[in-house]
Write a protein that binds this ligand. Structure first.
Ligand code: DON
Length: 343
Protein backbone atom coordinates (compact mmCIF):
# COMPACT_ATOMS: atom_id res chain seq x y z
CA UNK A 1 0.00 0.00 0.00
CA UNK A 2 2.68 2.45 1.11
CA UNK A 3 4.83 1.21 -1.72
CA UNK A 4 1.95 1.90 -4.17
CA UNK A 5 1.42 5.34 -2.68
CA UNK A 6 5.10 6.22 -2.94
CA UNK A 7 5.16 4.90 -6.52
CA UNK A 8 2.15 7.08 -7.45
CA UNK A 9 3.67 10.15 -5.81
CA UNK A 10 6.92 9.44 -7.59
CA UNK A 11 5.10 8.96 -10.92
CA UNK A 12 3.04 12.11 -10.45
CA UNK A 13 6.16 14.07 -9.54
CA UNK A 14 8.04 12.65 -12.52
CA UNK A 15 5.24 13.50 -14.95
CA UNK A 16 4.95 16.99 -13.47
CA UNK A 17 8.67 17.61 -13.56
CA UNK A 18 9.07 16.23 -17.11
CA UNK A 19 6.22 18.36 -18.44
CA UNK A 20 7.36 21.37 -16.43
CA UNK A 21 10.91 20.93 -17.67
CA UNK A 22 9.86 20.54 -21.28
CA UNK A 23 7.53 23.51 -21.05
CA UNK A 24 10.34 25.58 -19.61
CA UNK A 25 12.78 24.33 -22.28
CA UNK A 26 10.31 25.05 -25.04
CA UNK A 27 9.61 28.53 -23.75
CA UNK A 28 13.30 29.19 -23.28
CA UNK A 29 14.09 27.95 -26.76
CA UNK A 30 11.47 30.16 -28.30
CA UNK A 31 12.51 33.12 -26.24
CA UNK A 32 16.13 32.42 -27.10
CA UNK A 33 15.46 32.40 -30.87
CA UNK A 34 13.26 35.50 -30.71
CA UNK A 35 15.68 37.52 -28.57
CA UNK A 36 18.64 36.44 -30.64
CA UNK A 37 17.02 37.32 -33.97
CA UNK A 38 16.11 40.77 -32.77
CA UNK A 39 19.80 41.23 -31.89
CA UNK A 40 20.79 40.64 -35.51
CA UNK A 41 22.54 43.80 -36.65
CA UNK A 42 25.22 45.09 -39.01
CA UNK A 43 28.02 44.17 -36.63
CA UNK A 44 26.88 40.54 -36.45
CA UNK A 45 26.67 40.34 -40.24
CA UNK A 46 30.07 42.01 -40.62
CA UNK A 47 31.63 39.39 -38.36
CA UNK A 48 30.03 36.55 -40.31
CA UNK A 49 31.23 38.05 -43.59
CA UNK A 50 34.78 38.49 -42.26
CA UNK A 51 34.88 34.94 -40.86
CA UNK A 52 34.05 33.47 -44.27
CA UNK A 53 35.29 35.84 -46.96
CA UNK A 54 38.58 34.00 -47.59
CA UNK A 55 36.74 30.77 -48.43
CA UNK A 56 36.03 32.04 -51.95
CA UNK A 57 39.51 30.65 -52.68
CA UNK A 58 38.01 27.15 -52.52
CA UNK A 59 35.74 27.89 -55.46
CA UNK A 60 35.95 28.93 -59.11
CA UNK A 61 34.03 31.72 -60.86
CA UNK A 62 31.81 30.20 -63.58
CA UNK A 63 33.04 30.91 -67.08
CA UNK A 64 31.03 28.45 -69.16
CA UNK A 65 28.99 31.56 -69.98
CA UNK A 66 32.07 33.65 -70.88
CA UNK A 67 30.65 36.96 -69.61
CA UNK A 68 30.23 35.51 -66.06
CA UNK A 69 33.97 34.81 -65.87
CA UNK A 70 34.69 38.56 -65.76
CA UNK A 71 33.38 38.97 -62.19
CA UNK A 72 36.06 39.67 -59.53
CA UNK A 73 36.29 36.54 -57.37
CA UNK A 74 36.75 38.35 -54.03
CA UNK A 75 33.54 40.42 -54.22
CA UNK A 76 31.23 39.49 -51.37
CA UNK A 77 27.96 40.67 -49.79
CA UNK A 78 25.52 39.50 -47.12
CA UNK A 79 22.03 40.91 -46.61
CA UNK A 80 19.10 40.15 -44.33
CA UNK A 81 15.50 41.37 -44.25
CA UNK A 82 14.73 41.07 -40.56
CA UNK A 83 11.46 40.19 -38.82
CA UNK A 84 10.31 43.82 -39.05
CA UNK A 85 10.95 43.95 -42.80
CA UNK A 86 14.07 46.09 -42.31
CA UNK A 87 17.06 45.51 -44.59
CA UNK A 88 20.55 45.09 -43.09
CA UNK A 89 23.42 44.64 -45.55
CA UNK A 90 27.22 44.40 -45.38
CA UNK A 91 30.09 44.01 -47.85
CA UNK A 92 29.80 44.89 -51.53
CA UNK A 93 26.18 45.92 -51.11
CA UNK A 94 25.96 47.77 -54.42
CA UNK A 95 27.60 45.03 -56.46
CA UNK A 96 25.24 43.81 -59.17
CA UNK A 97 25.45 40.25 -60.47
CA UNK A 98 23.16 38.16 -62.63
CA UNK A 99 20.34 36.34 -60.87
CA UNK A 100 20.72 33.21 -63.05
CA UNK A 101 18.84 30.19 -61.71
CA UNK A 102 17.23 32.14 -58.86
CA UNK A 103 14.93 33.60 -61.54
CA UNK A 104 13.44 30.08 -61.86
CA UNK A 105 11.41 30.43 -58.64
CA UNK A 106 9.88 33.69 -59.89
CA UNK A 107 8.99 32.12 -63.26
CA UNK A 108 7.45 29.16 -61.43
CA UNK A 109 5.26 31.43 -59.32
CA UNK A 110 4.00 33.26 -62.41
CA UNK A 111 3.33 30.05 -64.37
CA UNK A 112 1.48 28.45 -61.42
CA UNK A 113 -0.56 31.63 -60.79
CA UNK A 114 -1.62 31.63 -64.45
CA UNK A 115 -2.15 27.94 -65.17
CA UNK A 116 -2.54 26.24 -61.78
CA UNK A 117 -0.13 23.80 -60.15
CA UNK A 118 -1.66 20.70 -61.74
CA UNK A 119 -1.22 21.95 -65.29
CA UNK A 120 2.44 22.80 -64.73
CA UNK A 121 3.31 19.60 -62.86
CA UNK A 122 1.54 17.37 -65.40
CA UNK A 123 4.51 18.33 -67.57
CA UNK A 124 7.35 17.97 -65.05
CA UNK A 125 8.20 16.24 -61.79
CA UNK A 126 8.60 17.16 -58.13
CA UNK A 127 11.81 15.11 -57.99
CA UNK A 128 15.07 16.01 -56.31
CA UNK A 129 18.17 15.03 -58.21
CA UNK A 130 21.65 13.55 -58.02
CA UNK A 131 22.50 15.20 -61.34
CA UNK A 132 23.88 18.65 -62.29
CA UNK A 133 21.55 21.53 -63.17
CA UNK A 134 22.04 21.11 -66.92
CA UNK A 135 21.34 17.35 -67.00
CA UNK A 136 18.60 16.30 -69.38
CA UNK A 137 19.10 12.63 -70.32
CA UNK A 138 15.87 11.76 -68.49
CA UNK A 139 13.93 13.68 -71.18
CA UNK A 140 14.51 10.57 -73.28
CA UNK A 141 13.42 8.26 -70.43
CA UNK A 142 10.22 9.41 -68.72
CA UNK A 143 9.98 12.26 -71.21
CA UNK A 144 9.56 15.03 -68.61
CA UNK A 145 11.93 17.36 -66.76
CA UNK A 146 12.75 16.18 -63.23
CA UNK A 147 11.72 19.44 -61.57
CA UNK A 148 11.20 23.14 -62.40
CA UNK A 149 14.57 24.26 -61.00
CA UNK A 150 16.91 22.29 -63.25
CA UNK A 151 17.43 23.91 -66.64
CA UNK A 152 15.09 21.63 -68.62
CA UNK A 153 12.16 22.22 -66.23
CA UNK A 154 12.92 25.93 -66.01
CA UNK A 155 13.01 26.40 -69.79
CA UNK A 156 9.67 24.58 -69.97
CA UNK A 157 8.18 26.63 -67.09
CA UNK A 158 9.06 29.94 -68.77
CA UNK A 159 7.63 28.69 -72.06
CA UNK A 160 4.33 28.03 -70.23
CA UNK A 161 3.91 31.66 -69.10
CA UNK A 162 1.21 33.34 -71.20
CA UNK A 163 2.13 35.91 -73.84
CA UNK A 164 3.86 36.33 -77.17
CA UNK A 165 7.48 37.31 -77.77
CA UNK A 166 9.15 39.03 -74.83
CA UNK A 167 5.99 39.28 -72.68
CA UNK A 168 6.80 36.29 -70.38
CA UNK A 169 10.26 37.71 -69.71
CA UNK A 170 8.77 41.18 -69.00
CA UNK A 171 6.41 39.56 -66.45
CA UNK A 172 9.38 37.96 -64.68
CA UNK A 173 11.29 41.27 -64.67
CA UNK A 174 8.28 43.23 -63.38
CA UNK A 175 7.64 40.65 -60.64
CA UNK A 176 11.26 40.92 -59.45
CA UNK A 177 10.96 44.71 -59.50
CA UNK A 178 7.76 44.45 -57.46
CA UNK A 179 9.17 42.02 -54.84
CA UNK A 180 12.31 44.11 -54.37
CA UNK A 181 10.50 47.47 -54.79
CA UNK A 182 13.40 48.30 -57.07
CA UNK A 183 12.38 49.62 -60.48
CA UNK A 184 15.98 50.12 -61.56
CA UNK A 185 16.45 46.36 -61.96
CA UNK A 186 17.08 45.33 -65.57
CA UNK A 187 18.88 42.62 -67.48
CA UNK A 188 22.45 42.68 -68.78
CA UNK A 189 22.42 42.65 -72.59
CA UNK A 190 26.03 41.43 -72.68
CA UNK A 191 25.34 38.44 -70.38
CA UNK A 192 22.16 37.72 -72.36
CA UNK A 193 24.11 37.68 -75.65
CA UNK A 194 26.79 35.50 -74.06
CA UNK A 195 24.13 33.01 -72.82
CA UNK A 196 22.43 32.99 -76.20
CA UNK A 197 25.64 32.48 -78.16
CA UNK A 198 26.98 29.67 -75.98
CA UNK A 199 23.81 28.03 -74.59
CA UNK A 200 23.74 25.14 -77.04
CA UNK A 201 22.99 22.58 -74.35
CA UNK A 202 19.92 24.60 -73.27
CA UNK A 203 18.99 24.91 -76.93
CA UNK A 204 19.24 21.12 -77.23
CA UNK A 205 16.79 20.64 -74.31
CA UNK A 206 14.44 23.21 -75.81
CA UNK A 207 14.28 21.29 -79.11
CA UNK A 208 13.88 17.89 -77.44
CA UNK A 209 10.89 19.28 -75.50
CA UNK A 210 9.54 20.89 -78.68
CA UNK A 211 9.92 17.53 -80.42
CA UNK A 212 7.94 15.76 -77.68
CA UNK A 213 5.20 18.40 -77.73
CA UNK A 214 5.92 19.75 -74.22
CA UNK A 215 6.93 23.11 -75.72
CA UNK A 216 4.84 24.77 -78.39
CA UNK A 217 6.96 27.26 -80.29
CA UNK A 218 7.53 28.42 -83.83
CA UNK A 219 10.90 30.07 -83.14
CA UNK A 220 13.42 30.44 -80.29
CA UNK A 221 11.75 33.42 -78.58
CA UNK A 222 10.57 31.24 -75.67
CA UNK A 223 14.14 30.05 -75.14
CA UNK A 224 15.44 33.63 -75.40
CA UNK A 225 13.09 34.60 -72.56
CA UNK A 226 14.86 32.01 -70.38
CA UNK A 227 18.29 33.43 -71.32
CA UNK A 228 17.02 36.95 -70.56
CA UNK A 229 15.55 36.05 -67.16
CA UNK A 230 18.92 34.51 -66.15
CA UNK A 231 20.65 37.77 -67.15
CA UNK A 232 18.63 40.01 -64.79
CA UNK A 233 21.02 41.93 -62.53
CA UNK A 234 20.38 42.09 -58.78
CA UNK A 235 22.21 42.75 -55.49
CA UNK A 236 22.39 40.63 -52.31
CA UNK A 237 19.72 42.94 -50.84
CA UNK A 238 17.33 42.11 -53.69
CA UNK A 239 17.87 38.40 -52.95
CA UNK A 240 17.15 38.89 -49.24
CA UNK A 241 13.83 40.51 -50.22
CA UNK A 242 13.00 37.56 -52.51
CA UNK A 243 13.79 35.13 -49.65
CA UNK A 244 11.59 37.12 -47.28
CA UNK A 245 8.74 37.18 -49.84
CA UNK A 246 8.55 33.39 -50.26
CA UNK A 247 9.01 32.87 -46.51
CA UNK A 248 6.01 35.10 -45.78
CA UNK A 249 3.22 33.65 -47.96
CA UNK A 250 4.33 35.88 -50.86
CA UNK A 251 4.01 39.08 -48.84
CA UNK A 252 6.51 41.83 -49.68
CA UNK A 253 9.04 43.03 -47.08
CA UNK A 254 7.06 46.29 -46.60
CA UNK A 255 3.86 44.34 -45.89
CA UNK A 256 2.23 44.72 -49.33
CA UNK A 257 -0.04 41.71 -50.00
CA UNK A 258 -0.72 42.01 -53.75
CA UNK A 259 0.55 38.44 -54.39
CA UNK A 260 -0.25 36.93 -50.98
CA UNK A 261 -0.86 33.20 -51.44
CA UNK A 262 0.22 30.62 -48.87
CA UNK A 263 -0.39 27.66 -51.26
CA UNK A 264 2.04 29.09 -53.79
CA UNK A 265 4.68 29.97 -51.19
CA UNK A 266 4.43 26.45 -49.72
CA UNK A 267 4.89 24.96 -53.18
CA UNK A 268 7.88 27.13 -54.08
CA UNK A 269 9.60 26.65 -50.73
CA UNK A 270 9.14 22.88 -50.82
CA UNK A 271 10.70 22.70 -54.30
CA UNK A 272 13.53 25.00 -53.13
CA UNK A 273 14.19 22.62 -50.25
CA UNK A 274 14.32 19.50 -52.43
CA UNK A 275 16.01 20.91 -55.55
CA UNK A 276 17.15 24.52 -54.99
CA UNK A 277 20.82 23.61 -54.54
CA UNK A 278 20.82 20.87 -57.22
CA UNK A 279 22.56 17.63 -56.32
CA UNK A 280 23.78 19.28 -53.09
CA UNK A 281 20.19 19.86 -51.92
CA UNK A 282 20.02 16.83 -49.61
CA UNK A 283 23.26 17.59 -47.82
CA UNK A 284 22.34 21.28 -47.71
CA UNK A 285 19.01 20.39 -46.15
CA UNK A 286 20.87 18.38 -43.49
CA UNK A 287 23.31 21.24 -42.75
CA UNK A 288 21.21 24.39 -43.28
CA UNK A 289 17.64 23.05 -43.31
CA UNK A 290 16.00 25.98 -45.12
CA UNK A 291 14.40 26.55 -48.56
CA UNK A 292 17.14 28.13 -50.67
CA UNK A 293 17.95 28.78 -54.31
CA UNK A 294 21.36 29.35 -55.85
CA UNK A 295 22.50 30.80 -59.17
CA UNK A 296 25.78 30.44 -61.07
CA UNK A 297 26.21 34.23 -60.83
CA UNK A 298 27.18 33.57 -57.17
CA UNK A 299 23.92 34.52 -55.44
CA UNK A 300 21.82 32.46 -53.02
CA UNK A 301 18.42 33.43 -51.65
CA UNK A 302 17.17 31.82 -48.42
CA UNK A 303 13.70 31.84 -46.87
CA UNK A 304 13.42 31.42 -43.12
CA UNK A 305 9.66 30.84 -42.96
CA UNK A 306 7.80 33.55 -41.08
CA UNK A 307 11.06 35.02 -39.85
CA UNK A 308 13.68 36.53 -42.13
CA UNK A 309 15.00 36.54 -45.70
CA UNK A 310 18.72 36.11 -46.44
CA UNK A 311 20.63 37.09 -49.60
CA UNK A 312 24.30 36.31 -50.22
CA UNK A 313 26.73 36.95 -53.03
CA UNK A 314 30.22 35.63 -53.74
CA UNK A 315 30.92 34.47 -57.29
CA UNK A 316 33.35 31.58 -56.73
CA UNK A 317 31.38 28.33 -56.93
CA UNK A 318 31.77 24.74 -55.76
CA UNK A 319 31.49 21.82 -58.17
CA UNK A 320 27.68 21.79 -57.94
CA UNK A 321 27.46 25.46 -58.97
CA UNK A 322 26.72 26.91 -55.51
CA UNK A 323 28.61 29.91 -54.05
CA UNK A 324 31.27 28.64 -51.60
CA UNK A 325 31.61 31.71 -49.36
CA UNK A 326 27.87 32.38 -49.75
CA UNK A 327 27.08 28.92 -48.39
CA UNK A 328 29.55 29.33 -45.52
CA UNK A 329 27.99 32.67 -44.49
CA UNK A 330 24.50 31.14 -44.55
CA UNK A 331 25.68 28.20 -42.47
CA UNK A 332 27.22 30.42 -39.78
CA UNK A 333 24.14 32.67 -39.61
CA UNK A 334 21.78 29.69 -39.43
CA UNK A 335 23.79 27.98 -36.68
CA UNK A 336 24.13 31.18 -34.64
CA UNK A 337 20.37 31.76 -34.56
CA UNK A 338 19.14 28.14 -34.70
CA UNK A 339 17.25 28.80 -37.89
CA UNK A 340 17.04 25.30 -39.41
CA UNK A 341 13.44 24.15 -39.88
CA UNK A 342 14.42 20.91 -38.20
CA UNK A 343 15.71 22.25 -34.89
O1 DON B 1 21.16 28.11 -68.12
C1 DON B 1 22.21 28.23 -67.49
O2 DON B 1 23.11 27.41 -67.54
C2 DON B 1 22.38 29.45 -66.61
N1 DON B 1 21.84 30.60 -67.25
C3 DON B 1 21.70 29.26 -65.28
C4 DON B 1 22.22 28.08 -64.53
C5 DON B 1 22.32 28.26 -63.04
O3 DON B 1 22.29 29.35 -62.50
C6 DON B 1 22.53 27.05 -62.26
N2 DON B 1 22.63 27.40 -60.86
N3 DON B 1 23.34 27.20 -60.00
Amino acid sequence: MIKNYITSIFLAYSIFSISATSTICYAQNNKHVKTELSSLNKEVLDNILNDNKASYKNGIVADYIPELGKMEAQKIALSVVNEDGKVISVGDVNQKFTIQSISKIIALMIAVNEKGEQNIFDKMGYYGTDKPFNYFANLEGNGKPLNPLMNAGAILTTSLIDGEGEIPFRKILETIRYITKNNTIDYSKTVYNSEKETGHRNRGMFYIMKNSGLIEATDEEKLNNYFKQCSIEVTAEDLAKIGYFFGHQCTRFDGDTKYKNSEVSQLIQSIMLTAGMYEYSGEYSRNVGLPSKSGVGGGITVSVPNKIGIGVFSPALDKQGNSVAGYNMILELVKKYNLSLFN
